[in-house]
Design a protein. Structure first.
Length: 411
């Protein structure tokens, strides 16, 4: 028998029991659709993590004041301490050569007003390296100069969201705005970044020189002299990040006169470790989703095997007759294998269509990220073929091994 004859015979056999064939393919349909949806969600989540990595930086350390552990094991808030200072920033810059950029920062919330427009936003008091560490670039106007940093000048640089809310289509450069009750001159605007890895609006920000933030925006808070709320740094080579973290911790313990065995009065966060942990968690979740989809396919494949075994039992006389008129064991094996694969392929095509629709629906109606591509569809098609081949081989082999004389005796 040639391929056309085998295919025609398989289609005829399946059409004779079309309802049973349709129900048999249902397991494959569900399994393939599940593979597409779940793998698409997993890849979309991984893409979001990659976006998070690019936004946070894989060569960065963030240092916050306050220990992770309080007395008696009670977790304390880092904002309750002001243990970091500009002196720590200078020491890190001068004593750890692996550090590329380092900057201290202060922050707070404020109401910003221009004419009849006002907007509630966040301000950041920064040092020069802050812009390089966080990847900020100037879109209009210019950045702060050395005198602005040293004299607590009343100049600001606006994020795109704040600029748009205050000035509409105008850049706003040169205009005077108020942060609270203090007038400031807009010297520049920042290039937009969009939504951050945690869903926050990165462009809803106002930059002022660090000393300006301390004197003019936080003057009533009673901060210790030269205190900063955060220190951020990057290293020249990502391979040096762990070593730089160790050096920074040792340096700060020495500067803060922390005795051996005592808790640090600061917290160092390694961004790459946080991202790596999240990546590992996502990978495990993707494996779990893939396992669920695989189980669905296995169930569907077992259903195919079961129905094909039933079909062999029902068609023993037919098999004996075919062998009696000249069909060999290989012809019988190919016929039943073709029927199993045809069921699987039809289920795979329908499952792929439903999977694509399901993945698009998940992306549209939920907040889960979805990345649907041809590789996912190809993977699903491969699973469909493999399922029919694997689970259809045993019934086909059993049919081919029947003795034609014994088969013809069956009633």
């Amino acid at each position: 028998m040639n391929f056309a004859d085998i295919l025609r015979t398989a289609i005829y056999a399946l059409r004779g029991n079309w309802m049973r064939s349709a129900l048999t393919s249902l397991g494959v349909i569900i399994g393939i659709a599940a593979v597409i949806v779940m793998v698409s969600v997993g890849q979309g989540t991984q893409a979001e993590i990659d976006k998070l990595v690019s936004g946070l930086g894989s060569q960065r350390l963030d240092i916050s004041p306050g220990s992770n552990r309080g007395a008696g094991g009670v977790r304390m808030s880092a904002s309750s301490f002001f243990t970091l200072s500009e002196g720590d920033v200078d020491a890190i810059r001068n004593e750890i050569p692996e550090v590329q950029y380092v900057a201290g920062a202060l922050r707070g919330g404020t109401q910003v007003v221009f004419a009849e427009n006002n907007w509630s936003s966040n301000w950041q008091g920064v040092q020069p390296d802050f812009f390089d560490i966080n990847g900020w670039t100037i879109a209009n106007g210019e950045g702060f100069d050395a005198q602005d940093y040293s004299s607590a000048g009343k100049e600001v640089i606006l994020g795109e969201t704040v600029r748009r809310e205050l000035f509409g289509e105008d850049s706003g450069v040169g205009q005077t705005i108020r942060l609270g009750r203090v007038p400031f001159t807009v010297v520049g605007t920042l290039a937009p970044k969009g939504q951050g890895g945690f869903g926050q609006d990165q462009d809803d920000v106002i930059m002022v020189p660090l000393e300006t933030g301390r004197r003019r925006l936080m003057g009533m808070m009673g901060l210790p002299p030269s205190a900063v709320m955060q220190i951020a740094l990057t290293v020249t080579d990502a391979k040096d990040l762990t070593y730089a973290q160790t050096e920074v911790e040792a340096l700060l313990r020495q500067r803060h006169k922390i005795k051996p065995g005592d808790d640090d009065d600061f917290t160092v966060r390694n961004i790459s470790e946080i991202v790596a942990t999240r990546t590992q968690t996502t990978r495990l979740m993707s494996l779990l989703l893939g396992a669920v989809a695989t189980i669905s396919l296995i169930v569907g494949g077992i259903g195919i095997m079961n129905i094909m075994l039933v079909s062999v039992t029902e068609r023993i006389r037919e098999i004996g007759l075919r062998m009696a008129v000249g069909a060999g064991p290989s012809d019988v094996r190919r016929q039943f294998l073709a029927e199993a694969m045809l069921i699987s392929l039809i289920g795979g095509v329908i499952g792929i269509a439903l999977g694509i629709v399901g993945a698009l629906a998940v992306g549209h109606f939920s907040e889960l990220p979805v990345a649907l591509n041809e590789k996912v569809i190809g993977l699903a098609a491969g699973f469909s073929i493999a399922t029919g081949l694997f689970f259809g081989y045993y019934p086909a082999r059993k049919a081919s091994q029947l003795d034609p004389i014994e088969a013809l005796r069956q009633q």
